[in-house]
Design a protein around this ligand. Structure first.
Ligand SMILES: NC(=O)c1ccc[n+]([C@@H]2O[C@H](COP(=O)([O-])OP(=O)(O)OC[C@H]3O[C@@H](n4cnc5c(N)ncnc54)[C@H](OP(=O)(O)O)[C@@H]3O)[C@@H](O)[C@H]2O)c1
Length: 188
């Protein structure tokens, strides 16, 4: 049964990406952010920043002077990613700060604890990048009984954002970025 589910999932994904590629060829491959704007004295939170897009985002903000809070479900992986980023930026000047905190978006308890820890220490939050996500994982439920993708990608981030919102509002001009997918453009 799970093999059939996997095959259907893979077909759906290929169909979606082919469809997006045919309809929006230039959108399929994103362009690199080349903003030279400095982020000194700004605090940024990037969820799921121990790898992938989140790690690149954390590195970019760090290079531009931000204090970057790497909110990851595995603190050891977050620390390791922070060390990697520092190593990659060796020799560069005007770097920011990297701070690793634990955030498991599939647990609302963890979301609350992480937000509490951040709010106790941070006076401002200028950028919140809701990047972490799971996709097409086998059917399972979060600690709170929600389907895993819905619970992690949407509900966990929603609660996290709501808890941080008062501080974000006090830090205007601030930004909340929800990393998503082009896949919705490929629906038939
Ligand atoms: N790359 C693409 O082509 C693409 C396309 C469409 C959308 N996106 C979206 O872009 C975002 C980043 O993608 P990516 O390719 O960089 O993904 P990735 O390399 O798979 O990284 C996902 C990150 O999310 C974290 N994460 C997963 N479950 C979590 C949880 N319960 N709590 C906290 N963190 C959790 C992962 O932590 P662990 O390392 O501990 O697993 C990892 O740090 C995702 O939201 C993804 O859906 C990406």
């Amino acid at each position: 049964m799970s093999l059939i589910r996997m095959i259907i999932g893979a077909i759906t994904m290929v169909r979606t990406y082919v469809s997006v590629l045919l309809r929006f060829p230039t959108k399929m491959f994103s362009v690199k952010c080349t903003s030279p704007n400095r982020l000194d004295k700004k605090t940024a939170i990037v969820t799921g920043s121990n790898t992938g897009i989140g790690k690149h985002t954390a590195k970019d903000f760090f290079e531009r002077g931000a204090r970057v809070i790497m909110a990851c479900r595995n603190p050891q992986l977050a620390e390791k990613a922070a060390e990697d980023i520092k190593e990659l930026c060796k020799g560069k000047s005007n770097l920011g700060e990297l701070v690793a905190v634990k955030l498991d978006l599939s647990s609302l308890k963890s979301v609350r604890e992480c937000a509490k820890q951040i709010l106790a220490k941070e006076k401002r939050i200028d950028l919140l990048i809701n990047n972490a996500g799971v996709m097409m994982c086998p059917y399972s439920k979060t600690e709170d009984g929600f389907e895993m993708q819905m619970g992690t990608n949407h509900l966990g981030h929603f609660l996290f954002t709501m808890l941080l919102l008062p501080t974000i509002c006090n830090s205007i001009p601030a930004r909340i970025v929800n990393v998503s997918s082009l896949a919705h453009e490929g629906t038939w």
